[in-house]
Design a protein around this ligand. Structure first.
Ligand SMILES: CC(C)(COP(=O)(O)OP(=O)(O)OC[C@H]1O[C@@H](n2cnc3c(N)ncnc32)[C@H](O)[C@@H]1OP(=O)(O)O)[C@@H](O)C(=O)NCCC(=O)NCCS
Length: 414
C-alpha cells in the first residue's frame, strides 16, 4: 500500500513546535522529511525539558517522528553549497526561524525560486506583515495576540492561556494544509509558490466565534453568556468561564470524588430537547410543570441554580457513571479526562491516536499519533532520528562522494 505523500521530498528547516508539527504530519502521510540541523546541537528542543540525562527529550521525540536528520551549517560556504543541492533535490522547504533568518543566510524566496522553480516554500512566523512582523513569537504570545486569552478565563478574572497548543500546533496544521494545496496547484501550474502562516492569524481563526460575538454585541447583550441578564457587558467580548459557546447552556459540575481527584468533573449541556429527561433523572420532574422553570427562557436568568441542582446529583456518581446515564437520554456531556486517563485509554491505543514507540536511547515512550486517518494510507509512527543519523546517506543521495562528505565534516560544515 503506497502512502499518500510517497515521493514528496521535504527539506525541513523547522525547530521547536509549530514547524515540526507540520512536517511530522507530512512524514506520517509518507513524505520523505529531511530535517536539517545545526552540527553539534541540532534542534534546541532535543535538550529542553529533558527527563533522562543526555537523551533526546520527549519534547523533541514527540514532534519529529518519521523524519531523517542531516547536520549542516547553512552559514558556512560548503554548507551553503550542500544546502543549494538539497533545494534542487526537494519539492517543499519548510522553516519557522525568526523573521529574516533564511534571508540572512542568503536564501531569499527569489533565490530559492532561481534554484528550484517547482519549490513550495512554507514558513511559520508569529505575525503577518504589519507592526509586529519582526517579532519572535512563542505559543502563549500567539494566544494573547490572537484573541484567545482575552476571551478565556473566569468572568472577573485574568485573561487565561489554554493548555492546548493552538498557536504552535494549530499553525503547524494550517501550514500542512497550505503545503498540500500548493503541491496540488503545482500539478497543474508546474510552479511552486510561497505559503506563509502567521500564528496570530491561526489563533484568531480558531477564535472566529468570538469575532462573531464582537459584532453581535452592538445589537444587544449576548444572551448565552453568563453575564446575561444579571451582569454587565463592556465594549469587547468578555470571558465566559466554562459557559458553552454554542447557545445551549453548559457548565462543568463536580462528580463523586472531587474532594481528592482534581479531574472528577463532567461538562454537561442542558439542551432544550433533552431537558425533560435530564430534569427527571436528577429528581426535578417538578420543573417541567412549573412555568418558572419549564422553558429555556424562564431558566436563563437562573442557570446557576439549574447547574447547582444538577451538581447535587452528579456529586453522587462518578463522571463515568454520569456519562453512562446521560448519554442514552441524549444529554451532551463529557467527563474531564486527565492526561493519565487518556494515556491509558484502550480505544485511543486501538486507533493509533496514542502510540507506544521504541527509541534506541530512551527506550519505550508514549506519543500522540496522527489524528487524521486515511483509509488507504494509514500512518505508522516511527521513532525520531538521532542528531545527524542520516547525514551520510542523504549527502550521498544528492551526489556527494565519500571524500566530499569527509572533507565537509572535517571543516565543520556538516
Ligand atoms: C521560535 C523562535 C522564537 C526561536 O528563536 P531563536 O531560538 O532565537 O532562533 P532563531 O529562529 O532566531 O534562529 C537562530 C539562529 O540560528 C541560525 N541557524 C538555524 N539553523 C542553522 C543551521 N543549520 N546552520 C547555521 N545556522 C543556523 C539561524 O539562521 C539564526 O541565525 P541569525 O539570528 O543569525 O539569523 C523564532 O524562531 C521564531 O519566532 N520563529 C517564528 C515563529 C514560531 O515558529 N514560533 C513558534 C515556535 S514553536
Amino acid at each position: 500500500m503506497t502512502k499518500a505523500l510517497e515521493g514528496v521530498r521535504i527539506l525541513d528547516m523547522t525547530h521547536v513546535q509549530s514547524g515540526p508539527t507540520c512536517t511530522q504530519l507530512l512524514a506520517w502521510f509518507g513524505a520523505d522529511v529531511i530535517k536539517v540541523e545545526r552540527p553539534g546541537t541540532g534542534d534546541a528542543t532535543r535538550g529542553q525539558l529533558r527527563d533522562i540525562p543526555d537523551v533526546d527529550s520527549l519534547y523533541f521525540t514527540m514532534l519529529n517522528h518519521n523524519k531523517r536528520s542531516v547536520t549542516l551549517n547553512t552559514k558556512a560556504d560548503t554548507g551553503k553549497e550542500i544546502f543549494t543541492k538539497l533545494i534542487e533535490h526537494c519539492d517543499v522547504m519548510v522553516e519557522n526561524f525568526a523573521p529574516g533568518a533564511l534571508d540572512r543566510m542568503g536564501f531569499t524566496w527569489e533565490r530559492i525560486q532561481e534554484i528550484n522553480p517547482r519549490m513550495v516554500y512554507a514558513s511559520v512566523k508569529g505575525f503577518g506583515p504589519g507592526p509586529y512582523e519582526d517579532c519572535k513569537v512563542y505559543e502563549n504570545v500567539a494566544q494573547c495576540t490572537g484573541g484567545s486569552a482575552s476571551t478565556t478565563g473566569e468572568l472577573d478574572g485574568f485573561p487565561m492561556v489554554t493548555g492546548a497548543q493552538i498557536g504552535d500546533t494549530g499553525t503547524g496544521l494550517n501550514l500542512a494544509l497550505g503545503i498540500v494545496t500548493a503541491l496540488f496547484h503545482r500539478e497543474r501550474s508546474g510552479r511552486g509558490q510561497r505559503v506563509t502562516c502567521a500564528m496570530q492569524d491561526g489563533v484568531l481563526n480558531l477564535c472566529r466565534v468570538k469575532m462573531r460575538d464582537q459584532q453581535r454585541i452592538a445589537h444587544g447583550p449576548l444572551k448565552e453568556y453568563p453575564q446575561y441578564p444579571n451582569g454587565e457587558f463592556g465594549v469587547a467580548v468578555p470571558r465566559a468561564g466554562n459557559a458553552s459557546g454554542g447557545g445551549q447552556p453548559g457548565w462543568i459540575v463536580k462528580c463523586k470524588g472531587w474532594e481528592s481527584d482534581p479531574d472528577a468533573y463532567i461538562y454537561v449541556i442542558t439542551q432544550a430537547a433533552a431537558f425533560p429527561a435530564f430534569a427527571k433523572v436528577i429528581g426535578h420532574e417538578d420543573w417541567l410543570e412549573d412555568p418558572e422553570w419549564s422553558t429555556p427562557e424562564a431558566r436563563l436568568p437562573k442557570l446557576e441554580q439549574v447547574f447547582d441542582e444538577i451538581e447535587k446529583w452528579t456529586m453522587t456518581k462518578t463522571k463515568f457513571e454520569v456519562m453512562e446515564i446521560l448519554n442514552p437520554l441524549n444529554v451532551p456531556c463529557g467527563p474531564i479526562l486527565s492526561m493519565k486517563e487518556l494515556a491509558e485509554e484502550p480505544s485511543l491505543r486501538a486507533t493509533g491516536t496514542v502510540v507506544e514507540v521504541d527509541h534506541p536511547e530512551r527506550g519505550k515512550y508514549l506519543t500522540v499519533g496522527n489524528p487524521i486517518k486515511l483509509s488507504d494510507s494509514p500512518s505508522e509512527v516511527k521513532r525520531s532520528p538521532l542528531l545527524g543519523e542520516h547525514t551520510d546517506e542523504i549527502l550521498s543521495e544528492i551526489g556527494l562522494s565519500a571524500d566530499e562528505v569527509a572533507a565537509a565534516k572535517a571543516e565543520g560544515a556538516v
